[in-house]
Design a protein around this ligand. Structure first.
Ligand SMILES: Cc1cc2nc3c(=O)[nH]c(=O)nc-3n(C[C@H](O)[C@H](O)[C@H](O)COP(=O)(O)O)c2cc1C
Length: 161
């Protein structure tokens, strides 16, 4: 039996994930940001992470090359997740951000942030796998993560120092 889209989504929703906001800035200085749960560590040495972006992502081209920052959201940052998952809005308008060393705007008070260079883009199905080399990072030794499970936000557990 072929796997239908709705059932597949429901099954995937049983896998709890953290929530990240991935941001970048293009050559003209225009920022872009997307809420991403399809994030994973890839390599410790050298340090690499990956995330997956749908081909439909409006700002896809901005993420194919330039510097990117991955911010792991903390509990209480659900509004940021909703904002960066919304289409057709000014995602950065009125938002207090800080800048990475590469000039990428990043949200304040995330649990962790990895500043990266895009190393490789692999196209597969309706998504692109963006493989990144981690150049710098900051993280909190306490705090609780924002968790996404079965289509809703949850708060569970905490980060160990
Ligand atoms: C909790 C959550 C997780 C998401 N994870 C992903 C993801 O891993 N990859 C992806 O392409 N879109 C993901 N999305 C959807 C994008 O954030 C959304 O389509 C976004 O608006 C696309 O950016 P755009 O406005 O540039 O098109 C997620 C949305 C939510 C609410």
């Amino acid at each position: 039996m072929p796997v239908d889209d709705r059932t597949f989504r429901k099954a995937l929703g049983c896998f709890p994930t953290g929530v990240t906001v991935v941001t970048t800035v293009d050559d003209e200085g225009t920022p872009a940001g997307v809420t991403v749960s399809a994030f994973s560590s890839l390599s410790l040495d050298p340090p690499k992470v990956l995330f997956c972006l749908g081909r439909h992502t409006t700002s896809l081209d901005a993420f194919r090359s330039g510097p990117v920052s991955v911010s792991v959201l903390a509990e209480g940052q659900q509004d940021l997740s909703i904002r960066f998952a919304s289409r057709g809005i000014d995602k950065f308008g009125g938002l207090e951000m800080v800048q990475s060393a590469d000039g990428v705007p990043v949200p304040k008070d995330s649990l962790a942030r990895m500043d990266c260079e895009v190393e490789q883009v692999v196209e597969s199905g309706d998504h692109l796998i963006i493989i990144c080399h981690v150049k710098d990072l900051v993280f909190q030794t306490g705090g609780q993560p924002l968790v996404y499970f079965r289509g809703t936000y949850n708060i569970i557990g905490g980060c160990q120092p």
